[in-house]
Design a protein. Sequence first.
Length: 258
Amino acid sequence: MAATIPATWMPDADMRRIHIHWTAGRHKANATDLASYHVLIEGDGKLLRGEPTISANDPARRRPGEKTSSHTLNANSHAIGVSMCAMFGASESPFDPGPAPLTEAQWARMIEVVAALARRYRIAITPETVLSHAEVQSNLGIPQRNKWDMTVLPFDRSLRGARAVGDRLRREVAAALDGGQPEPPQPLPDTLRLPRFRVHGVAPSTLNVRDAPNGAKVGALAEGARVEQLGISGGWWQVRTAQGHVGWVWHTFLRALA
């Protein structure tokens, strides 16, 4: 995943949120799209870098006269804008995806992109930090102009509403960050293996990961994510993910693996 986005696209910056959009255009980015977002995903999965730099949306790093990415009304500072090129001529109700529907391949590519950005900028996966444009008003309390990207997915119409789509988004990003936990080719003897657990009972939300027992939140784990137990302090367990991240979680949301 580290190679999903070139390192030059991710300069040093204080970024705190990632907003996911669709362009309401066709499957190819146009000049307006390139001027509006930091990262664009075309219909074939190709990534394009927008004209504004991510660091320009950090007020402390913005150079005089430097253009910012105005991807979200009154909510651009410290926020990265990722957009999928799709949904030209679409309507929400009755739902019609139009001639350039958002594809499942674009969605999968977007999950990789958001996970890479979240890792680079140490952004925890929560409804307030990783969200679609349709969730900005409800999750951040910042009024928008009837944005519905995304309240429904053309390739999965069973999901309805911004929160349902957003929860799927965050689950998949958290799972991409955790990376799963493949079994080793040669299983270790039980006496050498740390106790292993999986996250259970948090869907459709996620399990908070903290920097100390009852400490500051530093991340989140999706339903089914696998971890190793490193230590115990009361009801708080120190765990390590498959990616090597270490933190503290509340033990009641972990189930032992055989």
